[in-house]
Design a protein around this ligand. Structure first.
Ligand code: GAR
Length: 197
């Protein structure tokens, strides 16, 4: 069985969408894959409760307990490595994981590390994407699923979802519209990866 490890820092709504899709679409039978663990760097991440309620293993790795970014990433990599099965390295899915990862970490999981970012990359890497899209007068915004490379919010694009920016949109209203699409797109993109696409 191929293990999927999801990393979160907060609400975890994308993680919940992935968990629901895995169950609804029977990823275990179809792709021989299961969501094995949800890891958070924050104790109060709401998503942890949901994962537990679904019988998924949860792990907390508080970045504040580590002296450096490198030390935290090394501990995180070891934790994730525990979910590799023989000949079946775990797929690592960043879902609202709000930490910049070191090149060493990215290198270790290259080709099996995905992220969802709330903009139409390569526009608006980094934070406050919706606010910046509105301020720039964009008529469209969206989200991107991509493979993670050492450069922040870069890497091969796996899928994108586009939504209109409406008159009077606020950061929150646009974020909500984009998030609805993220919940559809991320499970679809991961299912395609599991199929070998
Ligand atoms: C999502 O909009 C995701 O695209 C974004 O954080 C939100 C997490 O929501 N990710 C980033 O900004 C990564 N740089 P969720 O915790 O409810 O899935």
């Amino acid at each position: 069985m191929k293990n999927i490890v999801i990393l979160i820092s907060g609400g975890g709504s994308n993680m919940a969408a992935l968990v629901r899709a895995a169950s609804r679409e029977n990823w275990a039978k179809r792709y021989g894959a299961r969501i094995a663990a949800v890891i958070s760097n924050k104790a109060d991440a709401k998503g942890l409760e949901f994962a537990r309620s679904q019988g998924i293993a949860t792990e907390l790795l508080d970045h504040r307990a580590y002296a450096s970014r490198e030390a935290f990433d090394a501990a995180l990599a070891d934790l994730i490595g525990g979910y590799d099965s023989p000949g079946q390295p775990a797929l690592v899915v960043l879902a609202g994981f709000m930490r910049i990862l070191t090149p060493a970490f990215v290198e270790r999981f290259a080709g099996r590390l995905t992220n969802i970012h709330p903009s139409l990359l390569p526009s608006f890497t980094g934070l406050h994407t919706h606010q910046r899209a509105i301020a720039a007068g964009c008529k469209f915004a969206g989200a991107t699923v991509h493979l993670v490379t050492a450069e922040l919010d870069h890497g091969p694009i796996l899928d994108q979802a586009v939504v209109p920016v409406l008159q009077g949109d606020t950061e929150d209203s646009l974020a909500a519209r984009v998030l609805t699409q993220e919940h559809l797109m991320y499970p679809r993109a991961i299912a395609r990866l599991l199929q070998g696409g």
